[in-house]
Design a protein around this ligand. Structure first.
Ligand SMILES: [Zn+2]
Length: 294
C-alpha cells in the first residue's frame, strides 16, 4: 500500500484546480503520539486532510496552519502542514470520545461557538484569516472560509472510514478551486456531489491509497503534482535549549536552583526532551556569564 500523499490535478477546459489528500498514516501517527481518544483523533484527522488540500494551494515552499478554537469538549486544535508534505498537529483535549448521531455528529466536541483560522506563509510574511464556526463541520466551515476570506470559488469535502479494526483506515480531503479563468457553473455543479462522491469512495475498501481515490473521483484527469505526506516535527533537544535560552539567564538559573533538571514536551509531537543540569550550565555559559554563586 502506497503511503500518504497530496495529489494535484487540473481540469482543463473548465480551469478548475483539484487537490486530493489521503492521510490515514499521518492521522494514526498523531493519535498514537498524543494518545487520542476516538473523537479527538477523528477531528484531528479531518484537520490533517484539510491542511493537506490547503497546502496544495500554496506556492513555493511555505507552510499552512489550520487552527480551530471552540467552546465544546475538544476546545481546539492546531495543524501545521508544509508544501513538502510534512505535517504535525495537536488537539487541546485528547480525551473526547462521545460523538452524537447524524447531523449533530461533532457538535458535542465542537460546542456552540468557535472560530476557524488559516494562516498561510506567503514568502516573507504570513496571511491570517478567520471565520466563525457556523456549521460545526470542518468541511462546511472551510467552504465558508473560502467564500468570505478568499473570495475564490472553492468546494471542500472531508471524509474518513474504517478499514477492518482501524477506524482511521482511510482519511481523505478533496478541494476543487476555480482558477481566475475557471468555469464557476461547472464548479458549482461539482460541489453539489463532491461530499457524497468522496464519502462513497472513502467507504469503499477497494480504495487503499491516494492514487486510487484520485482516479475514482476524477477519472481520466492528469496528475500535475504528487507530494508524499508524513507526520514530521522538526523539534529537537537543541531547539528546546534555544527556547530555554530565549527565556533569559535568570530563568535558566531559576530552573537550576529549583529543579536541577527539566523536561520539555513538544506540543506538536509529544516528544519529551530531557534537559540535564549539564545542559543548563552550558546554557548559562552561552548566555554570557558564569553561574551565580550559591
Ligand atoms: Zn515536536
Amino acid at each position: 500500500m502506497a503511503g500518504d500523499v497530496v495529489i494535484k490535478g487540473l481540469m482543463e477546459g473548465v480551469d478548475l484546480l483539484v487537490a486530493v489528500a489521503f492521510v490515514p498514516s499521518v492521522a494514526q501517527e498523531a493519535r498514537r503520539r498524543h494518545q487520542l481518544r476516538p473523537v479527538s483523533a477523528a477531528l484531528l484527522a479531518q484537520a490533517f486532510a484539510s491542511a493537506g488540500v490547503l497546502s496544495a494551494l500554496q506556492k513555493g515552499t511555505g507552510r499552512v496552519n489550520l487552527q480551530l478554537e471552540c467552546d465544546g469538549a475538544l476546545r481546539g486544535l492546531f495543524v501545521d502542514a508544509g508544501v513538502d508534505g510534512s505535517m504535525r498537529g495537536y488537539v487541546k483535549n485528547t480525551l473526547v470520545e462521545i460523538e452524537l448521531g447524524a447531523a449533530f455528529r461533532w457538535r458535542g466536541a465542537l460546542g456552540n461557538k468557535g472560530s476557524l483560522s488559516v494562516l498561510r506563509d506567503i514568502g516573507h510574511e504570513y496571511y491570517r484569516s478567520s471565520v466563525e464556526l457556523t456549521a460545526f463541520d470542518l468541511a462546511r466551515d472551510l467552504d465558508r472560509y473560502f467564500e468570505l476570506s478568499d473570495q475564490v470559488k472553492t468546494a471542500v469535502a472531508l471524509s474518513q472510514a474504517a478499514r477492518g479494526e482501524e477506524p482511521l483506515g482511510a482519511v481523505a480531503g478533496v478541494l476543487v478551486q476555480a482558477l481566475p479563468s475557471g468555469d464557476v457553473a461547472a464548479l458549482e455543479a461539482l460541489a453539489r456531489t463532491l461530499q457524497g462522491s468522496l464519502d462513497a469512495a472513502v467507504a469503499d475498501p477497494a480504495i487503499t491509497d491516494g492514487e486510487a481515490l484520485f482516479t475514482r473521483l476524477f477519472p481520466g484527469l492528469v496528475v500535475t503534482e504528487r507530494t508524499a505526506a508524513r507526520f514530521f516535527c522538526p523539534c529537537s533537544k537543541e531547539r528546546t535549549l534555544e527556547v530555554l535560552a530565549s527565556l533569559g539567564r535568570a530563568e535558566v538559573q531559576d530552573i537550576i536552583d529549583t529543579t536541577a533538571s527539566t523536561s520539555v514536551t513538544c506540543r506538536f509531537c509529544a516528544t519529551k526532551h530531557e534537559i540535564t543540569l549539564v545542559d543548563l550550565f552550558g546554557l548559562l555559559e552561552r548566555l554570557g556569564a558564569a553561574p551565580l554563586k550559591s
